[in-house]
Design a protein around this ligand. Structure first.
Ligand code: MN
Length: 300
């Protein structure tokens, strides 16, 4: 390996151990601050370090899951995948994706229990991880929380755009993969027609939670969370806010179901700290990340 793949963060996530490569049978946090194809307002590149910074100052205990970061299994913070800004977003995306491929080359995700919790970056970064987990788990369930359907076949000239990330993942779907979406409230007529035809959009929070509860305990699940899933009244710090969104407690209900299942990886994308100078969105996102880390913890 001649080129550096990872950059140490300004500070590690609290309670996390440092690691320079993905650790087996463990949760691995990694920042992927790529924001090249964001179409409206940028700023997601600094989100991973913003979340690490706030994490030092919030409680480690979750009253919702009755778990404490200090008492759960140790996990690793790999730092940030190196992302270059050459001015050509397509080339920068492919270069960052190639670094991820180098970082995970030869790793058997299914056999070695490598769980990634990825902090974006814009939503296009999720593709690198989801494609890898789809390949490793032929029966993976992809849960997609977002305001946007992200089913366009490319956007503004970019094949791997944040507006097409779920479409790109579908390119890798086999017969036993499954997609379920919730929170979507913005898309094209074609995207909505596709979701109706394939019944991928849960009609309510109850339906989404019931779907998770009905999954076999060992069925592998990947959760991709675009933070614009939440209403901009709660979390305005995102590039493409959409009114009519969900609240924090909807997400807690989802995690209370997921914690009893086999979540193999997750990502949290589209936090844009400069879009909310009050800093409230950073705190909101950091609490979401804390709950997610805890939801990976499996009891006996
Ligand atoms: Mn979105």
């Amino acid at each position: 390996m001649t080129e550096a793949l990872l950059q140490a963060p300004k500070r590690l996530y609290r309670t996390a151990l440092a690691a320079l490569s993905p650790q087996p049978h463990s949760l691995n946090m990694i920042g992927f601050g790529f924001d090249g194809t964001a179409c409206f307002r940028k700023g997601t590149a600094i989100a991973p370090d913003a979340i690490r910074l706030v994490a030092s100052d919030i409680e480690s205990y979750s009253p919702y899951l009755d778990l404490d970061l200090e008492e759960t299994a140790p996990f690793y913070d790999l730092g940030n995948l190196i992302v270059q800004q050459s001015g050509d977003p397509h080339q920068d995306y492919l270069a960052a994706h190639a670094r991820f491929t180098d970082l995970t080359a030869g790793l058997d995700f299914a056999g070695s229990g490598i769980k990634f919790l990825t902090l974006g970056g814009e939503h296009s970064i999720s593709y690198s991880f989801i494609a890898k987990y789809l390949q490793a788990f032929p029966d993976l369930v992809l849960l997609h929380l977002d305001a946007h359907a992200d089913l366009r076949d490319g956007y503004q000239g970019y094949h791997y755009s944040h507006a097409s990330v779920i479409r790109r993942c579908l390119d890798h779907f086999g017969p036993d993969h499954q997609l379920l979406q919730f929170g979507i409230r913005s898309g094209t007529k074609d995207e909505y027609a596709w979701m109706r035809a394939h019944q991928t959009l849960a009609p309510s929070l109850d339906a989404f939670v019931a779907f998770i509860e009905g999954l076999p305990r060992e069925r592998p699940i990947y959760l991709t969370l675009d933070l614009d899933y939440f209403d901009p009244a709660f979390l305005p710090g995102t590039g493409t806010p959409e009114p009519g969104g969900q609240d924090f407690f909807s997400f807690i209900r989802i995690l209370q179901a997921l914690r009893h299942k086999n979540m193999v990886a997750a990502d949290v994308v589209e936090l844009s700290p400069p879009c909310d100078l009050s800093g409230n969105s950073d705190v909101f996102a950091t609490k979401v990340v804390r709950e997610l880390i805890l939801a990976f913890h499996r009891e006996g």
